[in-house]
Each structure stands twice: as structure tokens, then as C-alpha cells.
Design a protein around this ligand. Structure first.
Ligand SMILES: [Cu+2]
Length: 246
């Protein structure tokens, strides 16, 4: 047994600092690589009709001219929104990533789920809001996690749940309003990103390594790429989706 003789706090701190410099700080130093890029639609996009909500006047009133169909959201140059981009392979074995305690929130507003595509971490609290003042029924259709199927009457503004297990993207629907659909992906790591209409995604804080990156779209399927990043490097990876040939 060794005892440190007469080691003051300052000495201990200096020694600890030296050890950190020498040994590195596992899990922090080195995890500074980034994969970024843009998702685009290739070809002539189909015209999607707005969603008719006349069956629910409260919601219909919130959408002058009909609610946009979010199954295909395009930006300038046919950049694509609502694509879930995530690391699907290659993370360091045994490394774990704590789930945030900050809840992910999704709202039912104008009989539309906001956001339409949601990425969250396993165990992360999830808040379900009802801004419509009418009955909705949230019904998740997972394969791994337990299904959540609960009515949310006008009086209940907020419910909370969580999805304890990692699972690829699954659908959420409303049993009252058949046009209401959203999609949830549950991850055990924070390397996922849902594109806005500008199609841009960023996966940052990665260790150097070779990763499989998946881009998922509700109608146009899945694209995969293999991307290698060195320490502190940023690599760009584009994805293009098209309507599959018949
Ligand atoms: Cu509803």
C-alpha cells in the first residue's frame, strides 16, 4: 500500500491534470469528427394534393387552402425535408451515450403532428401536446417498444411517455383523424438528424472511424453510405432519393 506523503490539494490537482494530458480523456478527446451533407430529390417530383380536413372543422380552419402533404417536403433545388439521417453502424464497441433528460416534444396542432419526423434517444422523456382542444388518439406502431395507444381529450393538454429500446423508424397515427401520421426513430446514440426543407444534416461529436450512415424517407425508402472520418475531420456525404422505377 502506498500513501502519498504530504501531498497538498494543489499538487493533487496538478498531478491529475498531468495524468489527463498523458492518458487522454476517454470518450471526450477524439470525439470531434463530423459527417454532414444535403439530401436531394432527383427527377420530377410528384405533385401531392393538400390534405382535406373538412371532417374536423376546428383543424380545417387552421389551414387556409388545405394542409400541406408532408410525405414529400422539398426546398430550393429539390432539397428534401423530413429525412431521418443516422449512424447505423461503426460506433465504438462498448461506448454508451446517456439519453438527455430534456424531453422531446411533439404537438398535435391543426390535426398535424409537429414535427412530422422525430428522432429521440431510448429512455428520453417524450411529451405529447394537444394544442387543438379536441380529442386525438395517439397510437404508435412500434415493433420493439410497447405500443402507446391513448386518447387525449380536449382537457388533457399534455401526456408523457418514453421509448426504452432502440428501434428503427416506426409510424404514429391518430385513430380519430386518419390523415394524421408521424414517424419516430429511437436511438441509443445521439448521431441522428431530421432534415428541414433545406435538406441539410449534421452528425457531430463522432469518434474517428468508419461509419454506415442511413438516410430514411417514409415513401422513398432508405439510402446507405459508408463514410470514414479521421480525428477532428468533417466529411461531406450527399444522398439522393428518387421515385423507384415501376
Ligand atoms: Cu387526431
Amino acid at each position: 500500500m502506498t500513501k502519498e506523503p504530504n501531498m497538498g490539494t494543489g499538487d493533487k490537482l496538478r498531478r491529475a491534470a498531468t495524468l489527463i494530458v498523458v492518458l487522454g480523456w476517454p470518450g471526450v478527446a477524439g470525439a470531434a469528427s463530423t459527417i454532414t451533407g444535403t439530401i436531394n430529390f432527383n427527377g420530377t417530383p410528384p405533385a401531392l394534393r393538400p390534405i382535406a380536413m373538412t371532417a374536423e372543422p376546428v383543424c380545417d380552419k387552421k389551414h387556409a387552402g388545405g394542409a400541406p402533404n408532408e410525405a414529400l417536403v422539398l426546398g430550393p433545388g429539390n432539397s428534401m425535408g423530413n429525412v431521418m439521417v443516422y449512424v447505423s453502424g461503426g460506433l465504438p464497441a462498448g461506448k454508451t451515450y446517456p439519453a438527455p433528460t430534456t424531453p422531446v416534444t411533439f404537438n398535435q396542432d391543426g390535426c398535424v403532428y409537429k414535427p412530422h419526423v422525430i428522432g429521440l434517444m431510448a429512455g428520453q422523456p417524450t411529451k405529447i401536446l394537444n394544442s387543438d382542444g379536441i380529442l386525438h388518439n395517439i397510437h404508435t406502431l412500434p415493433k420493439v417498444n410497447a405500443a402507446f395507444n391513448r386518447g387525449q381529450p380536449a382537457t388533457v393538454k399534455e401526456m408523457t411517455t418514453n421509448f426504452p429500446k432502440a428501434e428503427g423508424v416506426f409510424q404514429v397515427k391518430c385513430d380519430v383523424h386518419p390523415w394524421m401520421q408521424a414517424y419516430i426513430g429511437v436511438f441509443t446514440h445521439p448521431f441522428f438528424s431530421v432534415t428541414a426543407a433545406d435538406g441539410k444534416f449534421t452528425l457531430s461529436g463522432l469518434d474517428p472511424g468508419t461509419y454506415e450512415v442511413t438516410a430514411w424517407h417514409e415513401r422513398l425508402g432508405v439510402q446507405k453510405a459508408t463514410v470514414t472520418v479521421a480525428a477532428n475531420e468533417t466529411k461531406t456525404q450527399a444522398f439522393k432519393f428518387a421515385v423507384p422505377a415501376r
